[in-house]
Unconditional design. Structure first.
Length: 198
């Protein structure tokens, strides 16, 4: 039995990779965002950010019960994190994507420009990684850059970590440094002025 959690900014490929990984590991895929909607694990709606507020306490209890009842490999996926039982040594995959490529993906998904900007900056500032590091040991966390990889390539890398053939690594993507080097950071700042974010 393995407990795996796939997280990352919207558009990084969480659901497609988590689904495939679950199939290959003969486990069960659990979309925690969908669970929150179905079970009504919600505290309200944030009008400013245009997003639902999740009841993490109720969700964590649900996840713990699911782990106890299922007894087989579970692959969770969500853009947010919950605390999993540490005695089960969960493996956390944080999917990453070059910010401007991420913006392209989110446009194709129909996100508003404001929401795209918000998610691009969450990616630049390592929001999902920092959340993972606040809850889990760095040895349990592995970052995967999905920018120029298809689902099969991403899952192949994840499987290498699951099997123990590759050690988990964190802190390898410095988007600010990359964007600055490519002279694209100022472009993002100007884009943000439209939303009065900066």
């Amino acid at each position: 039995m393995r407990i795996i959690y796939v997280t990352g900014s919207p558009g990084t490929g969480k659901t497609s990779t988590a689904l495939k990984l679950a199939v290959l590991l003969k486990g069960k895929h659990v979309d925690l965002g969908e669970v929150c909607l179905r079970k009504n694990f919600l505290l309200g709606y944030d009008k400013k950010r245009k997003s639902r507020i999740i009841d993490l306490n109720r969700l964590e209890k649900y996840v713990k019960n699911l782990i106890l009842k299922t007894g087989k490999t579970l692959v969770f996926d969500a853009h947010f994190l919950v605390r999993l039982p540490t005695n089960l040594n969960p493996l956390i995959f944080v999917l990453r994507c070059e910010p401007l490529k991420l913006a392209e993906r989110l446009r194709l998904k129909g996100f508003s420009e404001e929401k795209i900007y918000e998610n691009v900056w969450a990616e630049i500032l390592d929001f999902c990684l920092q959340e993972a590091l606040a809850l889990y040991d760095p040895k349990q966390i592995h970052e995967v850059d999905t920018t120029n990889k298809n689902v099969d390539e991403v899952v192949e890398e994840m499987l290498e970590v699951v099997k123990g053939n590759k050690k988990p690594v964190v802190g390898v993507y410095d988007w600010i440094k990359i964007l600055e080097k490519e002279c694209k950071l100022k472009e993002l700042m100007v884009w943000g002025e439209k939303f009065r974010v900066i």
